[in-house]
Design a binder for this molecule. Structure first.
Ligand code: TYM
Length: 328
């Protein structure tokens, strides 16, 4: 069976971008692939986190994964820091990564600008840790949003570099990116991706937002100058709203355009908001139910970590042997 690997950082409330670009696709894939889905807490601390918040968000994210439809009996759901092989392989891969290539990564440059008072080594090493995540499980595919493509490409390069130097060890992974869903944009500035950490609370719709908040955010979403509801390059606001509608309604762009033809922007934005709120309501209720049974959740995460531990040790032992680490 082909292997799938992906993760989300517990670094803030998840947005509908994280849901559409990542988690929802993972659900579709869990029946056909051997899936490992992590909560990337080690990545999250590359930006300052409040410890108690981080712990709370980690458990919330686990509940959310399951509420979105991930089945802990089918896929390994676990917390990255619970499996030490991630840090161990990262160290080995560091020795194959050039400082120049790490410092050229778009996300590193963006985050360095945003967190200019905390440009730490971990921030630069972020994509190498991500490569370790993926390569440990010999993943064939990595379902992510478009912003992570460059990082998956680095993972491919590192796999090939290691294999070239030490002999065939890693499978070379492919990113899995769905057009139209891979980049959900800010409701306030559609030239930017929707982000967990946007300072403007109206820019992002969070999976935890209630119905009124969702409707209000869509009502305030920026549109374009004319009144046509069609997807076009010079209409980024409307195109983004249409993408969100299609993703949540499960329809094609032409179906959505036909449905909204002749409608005013106010009515259109209300319809998009209602569609999103309808999908999120049962997920939110299920998340709350799961969070009221913390022991059950902890059990799922433990079982996931055990599965991940086994698979990752196999690769790590091979790597250690190949690089010449002494084993008595
Ligand atoms: P994170 O938490 O920043 O993002 C999680 C996932 O959500 C996708 N995403 C989006 N998709 C569409 N539109 C958006 N506006 C949007 N914003 C975010 C991201 O592309 C990502 O798929 N570095 C990873 C976490 C990670 C990982 C891994 C992923 C750690 N190790 C190994 C894959 C494989 C990240 O971006 O997290």
């Amino acid at each position: 069976m082909k292997i799938m690997y992906s993760a989300v950082q517990p670094s803030g409330e998840l947005t509908i971008g994280n849901y559409i670009g990542a988690v929802r696709n993972w659900v579709r894939l869990q029946n056909e692939y051997d899936c490992y889905y992590a909560i990337a807490d080690m990545h999250a601390i590359t930006v300052r986190q409040d410890p108690a918040e981080l712990r709370r968000r980690t458990l919330e994210l686990a509940a959310l994964y399951i509420a979105c439809g991930l089945d802990p009996a089918k896929c390994a759901l676990y917390v990255q820091s619970n499996v030490s092989a991630h840090a161990e392989l990262c160290w080995v891969l560091n020795t194959l990564t050039y400082v120049g290539e790490a410092s050229r990564m778009t996300q590193f440059k963006d985050k360095s600008q945003k967190h200019a008072d905390n440009i730490n080594m971990g921030l630069m090493d972020y994509p190498v840790l991500m490569a370790a995540d993926i390569l440990l499980y010999q993943a064939d595919f990595v379902p992510v949003g478009a912003d992570q493509k460059q990082h998956v490409e680095l993972a491919r390069d590192l796999a090939e570099r290691f294999n070239g130097r030490y002999g065939e060890t890693f499978r070379v992974p492919e990113p899995l990116i769905v057009k139209g869903e891979a980049r959900i944009c800010s409701l306030q500035d559609p030239s930017k991706k929707m982000s967990k950490s946007d300072e403007n609370p109206n820019a992002s719709v969070y999976l935890s937002d209630d119905r009124d908040t969702i409707l209000r955010k869509f009502k305030r979403a920026v549109t374009d100058s004319d009144d046509r509801i069609v997807a076009a390059e010079d209409k980024p606001g409307i195109t983004n709203l249409l993408n969100i509608y299609c993703a949540f309604k499960g329809c094609t762009m032409s179906e959505a355009e036909a449905y909204f033809a002749g409608m005013g922007y106010g009515e259109f934005k209300l319809a998009v908001g209602e569609t999103v709120a309808d999908v999120l309501a049962p997920i939110q209720a299920e998340k709350q139910r799961l969070l009221s049974e913390k022991d059950v959740l902890a059990g799922y995460l433990l079982a996931g970590a055990e599965r991940a531990f086994k698979a990752s040790r196999k690769t790590l032992s091979k790597v250690y042997r190949k690089v010449g680490f002494y084993r008595g």
